[in-house]
Design a binder for this molecule. Structure first.
Ligand SMILES: [Zn+2]
Length: 550
């Protein structure tokens, strides 16, 4: 009798989702390396592929494609999960279901998203998450920076607690893949744009990271795509509707605190500001905003133990997919409406419209309650103030939430850009973004504006092997002859906001900033030594409503 009562007591205490059912059981080959090693190790590329293979051998709902062949020769998998199975984008479009794209490990040392994606795929194919294929198509790239992942060392994530000793390096062959969204200089970004964005047209991109330091009190922090010069609706929905709903459901189901990505200065204790990262579309999540698609940046908390970080990433992925499974059609409608607005706005030719090219971070009207580890100020023997971090997590009210961007510089949106044939590298990069670039068949005169350069500055610091270029000057009305063979890029399409941001002379993340015009401008300067003011930016803006004055 006693034994029976203990069993009923135990059953009564079990979480309701498990009830008295048999626990889920998987073959060992489907278990990730951290799960098999008591979280001592993270997976190598080969070990990720072995798990993917094990999943594929037992299910026909998973279709493997090649994301890319890396410089080190790795065939990086892209996994399409669907029920019924989907192997072509045409089948995906015909199904009407939204495609949701999840990528892990873009920074090779930030391994949690990689492991969490493998666990999510296993749960969806064989576990308790099979309903997540009811009304969506899922595309996973668990190991985006495969070369960086396998370049493991004990020093790549030195500040993380209880981590695997060995983790990959952040970069891929010297490049930060999450700063390459505009210049497209790496095989990974080229592959993402061609084999995921253009091929599968995901309605939502999720990019999984792990932070580098701030001792906030959240298991995971997130950010929407900061839309910069894009249509605001996709970002607003992600930030105001989707992410708060997901955070609430994570709190309810798992008692985990997820919150806004950001950092603060503990030396200004208690913090009054939480500041997010950056609006620039060199970050892939922000790039999606210029394409009228949604995106989420996720950062697990570096100071949680490894198994907790993997759990937080896995919970986030699965709760995002719970949300998109129910609200995917709504997401598709919002994206499509943003497409339609972008096309109609950029096709009009009766009046000048302006869009932002430079931005600053501003606070939301509503302050937030910040969860953070508490810092205790103390005075050293020399009289300085230092701060000790305590183990207590506190709630700090009234913190200004710097989580939005406002335009500080505007430019007129043209109906097309035209530039000379010698700038073929510019044309190639636009094409890699998925933008239609046409070649003029005959000599043509265009009316519009040209940007007269009065100064060229070079940024002091190096990023992604570049010292970026900043142009000074102003537009003036002009009429300019172009020749057969020169390039023409029309804005009467849904990528107009991206085209504008790439080609504007003073865009803070455009191709001019990424040095694409430096050698052209240098050769111009060689013809007029010392006189930058004699130069025009070579990309002409076609504006039919501008009355030319020359
Ligand atoms: Zn990262």
């Amino acid at each position: 009798m006693k034994a029976v009562s203990i069993i009923s007591l135990v059953l009564a205490l079990l979480p309701p989702s498990y009830g008295a059912e048999e626990p889920l059981s998987f073959p060992e080959a489907m278990m990730t390396i951290p799960e098999r090693t008591n979280y001592d190790r993270t997976s190598t590329f080969a070990e990720v592929v072995a798990v993917v293979d094990a999943l594929g051998q037992s299910s026909d709902l998973i279709h493997r494609e090649t994301l890319l062949l890396t410089e080190d020769g790795k065939d990086v998998p892209l996994l399409v999960l669907a029920r019924p199975p989907i192997v072509t984008p045409a089948q995906a479009r015909a199904s009407g279901k939204p495609v949701i794209y999840i990528q892990g490990n873009i920074h090779g040392g930030e391994v949690e998203g990689k492991e969490a994606s493998l666990i999510a795929m296993r749960d969806i194919l064989f576990g308790d998450k099979q309903h997540l294929l009811n009304d969506q198509i899922l595309v996973f790239a668990p190991i985006y920076n495969a070369d960086g992942n396998d370049n493991m060392s004990s020093t790549s994530r030195p500040s993380q607690e209880m981590s695997p000793l060995l983790a990959g390096e952040r970069l891929a062959h010297g490049y930060d893949l999450n700063r390459d969204g505009m210049a497209v200089e790496t095989p990974e970004t080229r592959a993402l744009y061609l084999n995921v964005i253009q091929r599968w047209d995901p309605a939502l991109l999720v990019d999984l990271h792990t932070t580098n330091g701030t001792w906030h009190g959240y298991s995971l922090t997130y950010a929407p795509s900061y839309h910069t010069a894009g249509d605001g609706a996709t970002s607003a929905y992600t930030a105001d509707v989707m992410l708060p709903a997901i955070a609430a459901s994570v709190k309810e189901k798992f008692d985990l605190n997820f919150g806004w990505y950001g950092s603060f200065d503990y030396r200004d204790w208690p913090p009054t500001e939480l500041r997010t990262y950056h609006h620039a579309p060199r970050y892939l999540t922000n790039n999606m905003g210029l394409r009228n698609r949604m995106a989420i940046l996720a950062e697990t908390f570096a100071h949680d133990r490894f198994y907790k970080r993997v759990h937080a990433a896995n919970v986030f992925v699965e709760e995002i997919l719970e949300y998109t499974n129910l609200h995917g059609r709504e997401i598709q409608r919002i994206n499509a409406a943003a497409d339609a607005r972008t096309v109609s706005r950029s096709s009009q030719s009766t009046a000048a419209i302006e869009n932002g090219i430079q931005f600053e971070m501003v606070a939301l009207d509503e302050p937030l309650e910040l969860l953070s580890y508490k810092y205790i100020p103390y005075t050293t023997a020399t009289g300085d103030t230092e701060f000790a971090r305590s183990s207590e997590i506190v709630t700090i009210p009234g913190v200004h939430n710097y989580n939005r961007f406002e335009t500080t510089k505007w430019a007129t949106v043209p109906i097309a850009y035209v530039f000379p044939a010698e700038l073929s590298e510019v044309a190639e990069t636009l094409t890699e973004h998925g933008i239609d670039v046409t070649i003029l068949e005959q000599d043509t005169r265009f009316e519009g504006e040209v940007f007269g350069i009065t100064g060229i500055e070079t940024q002091a610091f190096v990023q992604n092997l570049h010292r970026n270029t900043l142009l000074q000057g102003q537009y003036r009305p002009a009429s300019q002859q172009f020749n057969a063979g020169d390039y023409h890029v029309a804005l009467d399409n849904r990528l107009a906001n991206l085209i504008f941001y790439l080609l504007e002379a003073q865009s803070d993340d455009g191709l001019a900033y990424w040095n694409f015009f430096d050698s052209y401008l240098q050769s111009q300067l060689a013809q007029n030594p010392g006189d930058a003011a004699a130069m025009d930016f070579p990309v002409f803006k076609v504006l039919p409503f501008v009355a030319s004055q020359n």
